[in-house]
Ligand binder design. Structure first.
Ligand code: GAL
Length: 681
């Protein structure tokens, strides 16, 4: 399935370092202090283009040569970044066509980063030259263990509207559709006289009367952006492969929108790395209060990262408070939190954790984006925590390369992820349900994975899970329907929600009763549907005498022959109609919920399917603790993470040895505030 070509032999700690930000007299003591603290790898150079090519075509390497020689001397390992996220001023002044623009065609000028576009031929040329020069020079460097391509594709913006993008969009569409007739049909351009008669009339989105555009064009535009980023990444990868020593890996970092990260990883990378800033994950609930999970939402992103690359790295692990010179974003990590968040990454499958950054920069945009050290460069509590983390990690080495054990998977595909971005109905039900399902999995200690369906997904990828939640796949293709059918037939449990299966791959609605291609599996027929009115109470359903909410959108659902009704609506004009059904198909079954999921409906469904709390024979933990299970060669480990500022009690149901303290734990165990424990099962 995934082509991960690199795995870590041991769990490793790193840090991001910018030699160009500091006086050279600091280099040696910085490297010494890092190594003394257990930091074995640094990432460098990803924004340093103008140090290598200060004027066009003139290349100098002395600065990084000097620094890398010191790394050899000290025994520091290096991940080297290609600097293409920050084109130098001479480049964008001389070749303004490399700049990204806004929808109005106004260029994004020099002064920040990621202001280039993926499609300008001259940017491809300049990229090839700088990457080739660097790879030629450093491809066999003894200190370098891996390469990071660019920095955070699609961060800052994931929309591109330059002239080069309009032209490349046309080429993308010509390849996809062949003829204008096919494109006009796919996009339904007969609606409002949008028919195209020449390819040149087609553009990436531009301003319209009220900002809305043809939704089918929009969906193809996002696919095109993803394709452009992957092609651009591939240009760099191809060059690096020619020069780098065998054993060096190629990666990139971050996880951003309008990008099929799975495809990029499979096609171009040996390893995927993520940038984890759990403080960003704070979310407000509908009443404006912080919700229950807060920084535990980062576990959802890490779960997604695991679906891209099971044994990933974290290239940037939050090392301090965050903010730019013009905004404050994340408060300082409380004592214990920094280490806890690093353990959160480890719990979810990271074998490499690199903190961002060694020391806070004293100038520039990110003066408030703190690293481990403050401007004053003294040892501080954050460095002490990094040291503790390093010492904990040494004890956790047996977990390197261990797999996560999940009770079910949340199923996604990029067509639906992007359709949900465009279509507000889809977006609302998707966000409500996916977050509720994840929250239930967290609160009720029923770990889940994420599973993306691709053209190359096999039945075996699905059958690893006893149950799959695919909450609202509006777009359903025959291939995916066949895959799901195979899964259910052999005994899988599939759970779907309202608004399933009513669109084709272009995002057009199909003229079949919902849930369209899945009707045979669900054994249901949607005869009517409605958005739930904010002016009325949220509709409820009843299951075995207990009520649960059916928010956002409701389908009025007819059970077909052989389909059992588990719950019925209690309110609205469809009171008494089926709200949740179960249909046996082959060896498996399909549950169909006629609404969006809530934490409560998910909990009840998991209980019904006997999947709830799979670790209950080992431990009982309160809702505010995350429990994770990892497994390698038949050995299992139980991890418990306390995200609260108060101690919590976990009740061990059998004696287990703590990997961290070496003590045997049994019965009530107190986890201090912001801490983690790992037991050998
Ligand atoms: C990341 C980025 C880093 C740094 C950090 C803090 O998104 O890769 O270069 O900018 O955020 O803003």
């Amino acid at each position: 399935m995934k082509k991960q070509r690199f795995t870590w032999n041991e769990m490793t700690v790193g840090v991001c370092y910018y030699p160009e930000h500091w006086d050279e007299s600091l280099w040696e003591s910085d490297l010494d202090r890092m190594l003394e603290s257990g930091i074995a790898v640094i990432r460098i150079a990803e924004f340093a283009w103008s140090l290598f090519e200060r004027t066009e075509g003139v290349f100098t390497f002395d600065f990084f040569d000097r620094f890398l020689n010191l790394c050899i001397l000290k025994g520091m390992k290096v991940i080297f970044g290609t600097p293409t996220a920050t084109p130098p001023a001479w480049l964008t002044e001389k070749y303004p066509e490399v700049l990204n623009t806004d929808k109005n065609g106004v260029p994004m000028r020099h002064g920040l980063r990621r202001h280039y576009n993926y499609n300008a031929p001259v940017y491809h040329e300049k990229t090839r030259i700088i990457v080739e020069k660097l790879a030629e020079h450093y491809g066999n460097h003894p200190a370098i263990i891996g390469w990071q391509i660019d920095n955070e594709f699609n961060c800052e913006t994931n929309d591109f509207y330059s002239e080069a993008d309009h032209a490349a969009f046309r080429a993308f569409l010509q390849k996809r559709y062949g003829t204008l007739d096919a494109l006009n049909a796919a996009w339904g351009t007969v609606f409002w006289s949008q028919t195209y008669t020449e390819w040149d009339q087609i553009h990436a989105p531009r301003p319209t009367t009220n900002g809305s555009i043809n939704p089918h064009l929009h969906l193809d535009y996002i696919r095109f952006i993803s394709d452009s980023a992957i092609t651009y990444c591939g240009i760099q990868e191809e060059i690096l492969r020619k020069y780098i020593r065998p054993g060096m890996f190629i990666t990139t970092n971050g996880m951003f929108g309008h990008l099929n990260n799975h495809c990029m990883t499979d096609e171009c990378l040996d390893l995927y790395t993520y940038d984890s800033y759990p403080n960003f994950a704070f979310m407000l609930d509908r009443t404006g209060k912080l919700d229950k999970l807060r920084d535990r939402w980062s576990s959802k992103s890490l779960t997604e990262v695991r679906s891209i690359c099971p044994h990933f790295g974290v290239m940037e692990q939050q090392g301090g408070p965050g903010g730019w010179y013009n905004r404050m974003e994340a408060p300082t990590p409380r004592p214990g939190q920094l280490k806890l968040w690093a353990m959160q990454s480890v719990a979810h499958g990271a074998d490499f954790i690199s903190f961002f950054r060694w020391r806070t920069c004293t100038f520039g945009t990110e003066i408030y984006w703190h690293g481990i050290l403050n401007y004053d460069n003294r040892d501080n509590r954050r460095l002490a925590e990094v040291r503790e983390f390093v010492s904990d990690l040494k004890k956790l080495q047996p977990l390197c390369g261990a797999n996560s054990v999940a009770s079910f998977a949340i199923v996604r595909d990029y067509d639906n992820v992007w359709d949900a971005e465009i279509d507000s109905v889809h977006r609302m039900i998707h966000n409500q349900s996916e977050n509720a399902i994840f929250e239930a999995s967290q609160l009720y200690h029923t770990p889940c994975d994420m599973l993306y369906l691709h053209a190359n997904t096999t039945l075996e990828d699905l059958t690893r899970y006893p149950a799959l939640f695919m909450p609202h796949a509006s777009i359903m293709t025959q291939e995916r329907a066949d895959l799901l059918e195979g899964y259910v037939k052999q005994g899988g449990k599939l759970i779907v929600g309202c608004r399933t299966g009513y669109k084709d791959e272009y995002g057009r609605c199909i003229m079949l009763p919902m849930p369209g291609l899945l009707q045979k599996l669900t054994g249901t027929d949607i005869t009517d549907f409605t958005f739930t009115s904010p002016a009325e109470d949220t509709p409820c359903a009843e299951w075995d005498g207990e009520s649960f909410a059916m928010p956002v959108y409701n389908d009025v659902m007819l059970p077909l022959e052989g389909t059992q009704v588990l719950a019925k609506f209690k309110s609205s004009y469809y009171a008494g109609e089926a709200a949740l059904t179960e249909h046996t198909y082959g060896e498996g079954c399909v549950l169909h919920l006629a609404g969006a999921f809530t934490v409560e409906s998910t909990r009840r469904i998991l209980a019904h399917l006997e999947l709830l709390e799979p670790m209950r024979q080992l431990a009982a933990a309160p809702e505010n603790v995350e429990l994770v299970m990892r497994e390698k060669n038949g050995q299992r480990w139980l991890l418990a993470l306390n995200y609260q500022d108060v101690p919590v009690t976990v009740e061990l149901k059998k004696p287990m040895v703590s990997m961290l303290s070496g003590h045997v734990g049994d019965g009530a165990i107190t986890l201090p505030p912001y801490s983690a424990e790992v037991w050998k099962v």
